[in-house]
Design a protein around this ligand. Structure first.
Ligand code: SF4
Length: 718
């Protein structure tokens, strides 16, 4: 038996895990006491990781048209299918839909194949559902998708504001860290802003149960309130930002009296003013936000309204200060690094980044191969499946995700896939809702078998180590993609024998043709074409042993910063052409999914404490089912009385694209007129409890992130 260090595959906290390996089994796990994300802590999901393993239920052989085949046959079928589609319908008729569950190396190879050599821009990821709005807002404000803070900032803050985040359930180790910091420092304050009273309120000094969707109005109001009371940091604004007057003017288009803001947000004015006063009077403030802000048709604006207040108060680039978006998935950040979003090219470069197309082309060109990169962004997640429905995309390769459950209007996604001529699915499990729609099924390796890196919410790259052999004939995703590339004639560009070689290439690309601009916390292109912040070229050239031993490290990692970078923007310089951050003029908008007589209830969706995504892994650990064992509908007592539905009764929700049946939990934590359902249950666990079927596919116009927090439904007893 031996002990090995790896990383948890669930949430964006990215905790280090110590695994007890006994032969070809992991018999126990504990927190890695040396990992800076968790210092030995694990939540209940992480501590049950070893209970979710085993060959039972795993996909172990490739299948083509429902028949088990050997790998050569399956890979030939994938290559032939993609090639035929390109020949008959053009490069843009092929697409990929990836996942924040993939390792960075898998993501990198997929992006390189689809965008670089198949010549299609249509490669997106389920991370679009998670943090695309936060990404878009960072780019607008800072000129780069760059998270300023780190986890220590949460402990060093005088005030922590949680917005749209039930940290206690969804990022439990961070919640534990804040709770412990609060015990050490009783002067530290926590504000929770959320329509639901959640377990995170246990550490709240102030709770604001705002009306769903009113976040931007609240933070615009805060901006105006700070201005009215001379609480803005004029020196910081003058020296380090642009756009304050426009942002303030937009905020003042609405009535900025405390009473009017409170009325629009459905809050008590005194509590609201307490929050405003606390925010304005502390310098060391961290505002942590998550899916409650991002999953909105105005999510990008909401994120920018938060960032505006931090910039206006100079509360950024300091210990214990800054806007801090927390990702849902373990490697949502890693996907951003390699270009896993359809609007990205590679290494945090966008299509419109000056010189990026040429730079990436030069980097990926080999002796006899030149990539054929598309010159404009591709379809974002919801658009991608609409393009499949229209027949524009004729072949799609889906890896490590289940869009027929998680995307809005999920029944329409099913119908689109049913008529798509070629659906390729890479998957670990033998029984998912997606597999019936697959023409070719490829068995992939899973946590404890996969070997590579992930990046957590504080930009920290960690190794996820391969400790066990994959079961049966399951293979690593990077290997599968590389084998298909080889069959398509691109072998020279995909000659990887080990993930360390992919990581090295990724690290080299991040610094390719850059030169350090010492005036900025950023890197400036040698030809002055633009600035980039993402650079891990200091990690290039690691051999297998050094890669295997890689300790967790925060990017940027360069020759000048070989130990990584804990905090960004400390010098007050940003990745914009003039080095100044931008305040954005935000005009608050309500949800696109409008309530009506037929659908009078506001639907909120989210996670429960002990489950992960569609439960393919956590559903295998019996003790994780004890917390919530079945799909449910949370309802306020007054609504229960109104609709004649009691606690524990079965009820049916009807939404834009389908129905959901669950057991009612009557709860005062829920606001009147609103219901909450969990996102995890699928057709496999419960025939009619897929929350995605309740949602209409409205998206944020900037980020393309779906409005998953603001459905409109009716309810009836069953
Ligand atoms: Fe840490 Fe998140 Fe894993 Fe829990 S689920 S152990 S908080 S990474």
């Amino acid at each position: 038996m031996h002990q090995a260090l790896t990383t948890c595959p669930y949430c964006g906290v990215g905790c280090g895990v110590q695994a007890e390996v006994d032969g070809e089994r992991i018999i126990g796990v504990s927190g890695d006491s040396t990992h800076p994300a968790n210092f030995g802590r694990l939540c209940v999901k992480g501590s049950a990781l070893h209970e979710t393993l085993g060959e039972h239920g795993r996909l172990t052989r490739p299948r083509v048209d429902g028949v088990e085949v050997d790998w050569d046959t399956a890979l030939d079928a994938v290559a032939d299918g993609l090639q035929a589609t390109r020949r008959d319908h053009g490069n843009h008729a092929v697409a990929a839909y990836l996942s924040g569950q993939l390792l960075t190396e898998d993501y990198y190879v997929a992006n390189k194949l689809f965008k670089g050599f198949l010549g299609t821009p249509h490669l997106d990821t389920n991370s679009r559902l998670c943090m695309a709005s936060a990404v878009a807002a960072y780019k607008r404000a800072f000129g780069a998708d760059a998270v300023p803070c780190n986890y220590e900032d949460l402990e060093e803050a005088e005030l922590v504001v949680l917005v749209g985040s039930n940290l206690a359930w969804n990022h439990p180790v961070l919640y534990q860290r804040i709770k412990a910091a609060k015990q050490i420092n009783p002067l530290m304050r926590v504000v929770v802003i959320d329509p639901r009273v959640t377990d995170s309120c246990e550490i709240a000094d102030l709770y604001l149960g705002l009306a769903p969707g009113s976040d931007a109005r609240l933070f615009n109001g805060l901006l105006a309130w700070m201005d009215d009371r001379s609480k803005l940091d004029r020196v910081y604004l003058d020296n380090h930002t642009q756009g304050m007057e426009e942002a303030l003017a937009a905020a003042r288009e609405d009535d900025t009296s405390l009473e009017a803001i409170a009325a629009d947000c459905d809050l008590d004015p005194e509590r609201l003013e307490t929050f405003f006063y606390w925010f304005a009077s502390h310098l060391h403030v961290v505002t942590l936000y998550s899916q409650g802000v991002n999953q909105s048709s105005s999510g990008t604006d909401k994120c920018n309204a938060i960032i505006n207040c931090h910039l206006a108060g100079g509360k950024i680039g300091l210990p214990g200060a800054g806007p801090f978006s927390i990702t849902g998935q373990p490697n949502a950040m890693g996907g951003r690094e390699v270009g896993g979003l359809a609007n990205q090219l590679a290494a945090h470069m966008d299509y419109h980044t000056p010189g990026a197309l040429e730079r990436v082309t030069r980097f990926w060109t080999t002796e006899s191969l030149e990539p054929t990169l598309p010159d404009a962004p591709g379809h974002k997640a919801v658009e991608l499946f609409e393009a499949i429905e229209r027949g524009e995309v004729q072949a799609v390769w889906i890896m490590a995700t289940n869009p027929v459950v998680s995307l809005p209007d999920a029944n329409r996604v099913r119908a689109a896939l049913a008529k798509c001529p070629l659906v390729i699915v890479s998957e670990c499990m033998a029984d998912t809702d997606l597999l019936p729609y697959a023409d070719i099924v490829l068995p992939a390796s899973s946590w404890s078998e996969k070997d590579g890196t992930v990046t957590n919410s504080e930009r920290r790259i960690s190794r996820q180590r391969g400790l066990l052999p994959p079961p049966g004939e399951a293979r690593h995703d990077w290997w599968i993609i590389g084998e298909v590339a080889r069959r398509l004639g691109f072998g020279e560009a995909f000659a990887y024998g080990h993930p360390s070689e992919i990581f090295d290439e990724h690290a080299r690309l991040s610094g390719f043709e850059n030169a350090l601009d010492t005036r900025l916390d950023t890197r400036l292109d040698t030809r002055g074409e633009g600035k980039r912040l993402f650079d891990i070229s200091g990690l290039a050239g690691l051999d297998r042993d050094a890669y295997d031993a890689l300790a967790p490290i925060q990017w940027p990692v360069t020759r000048e910063a070989p130990s990584g970078t804990a905090r960004l923007f400390e010098e007050g310089r940003f990745a914009t052409p003039d080095g100044k951050a931008r305040l954005i003029a935000v005009r608050p908008r309500g949800p696109e999914q409008v309530l009506s007589e037929a659908r009078p209830l506001r639907l909120n969706t989210g996670r429960v404490r002990d489950q992960w995504h569609t439960m393919t892994r956590t559903g295998r650990a019996p003790r994780l089912m004890n917390h919530r064992s079945e799909p449910f509908i949370e309802l306020h007592p007054d609504d229960g009385l109104h609709y004649g539905i009691g606690d524990k009764a079965l009820a049916r929700l009807e939404g834009a694209g389908g129905e959901y049946v669950g057991r009612v939990r009557i709860s005062k934590a829920q606001r009147r007129g609103e219901v909450f359902v969990p996102m995890h249950w699928t057709g496999r666990f419960s025939g009619a409890a897929r929350m995605g079927s309740l949602l209409a596919p409205y998206c944020d116009p900037v980020s393309g992130q779906p409005e998953s927090k603001h459905g409109a439904v009716s309810i009836a007893p069953l």
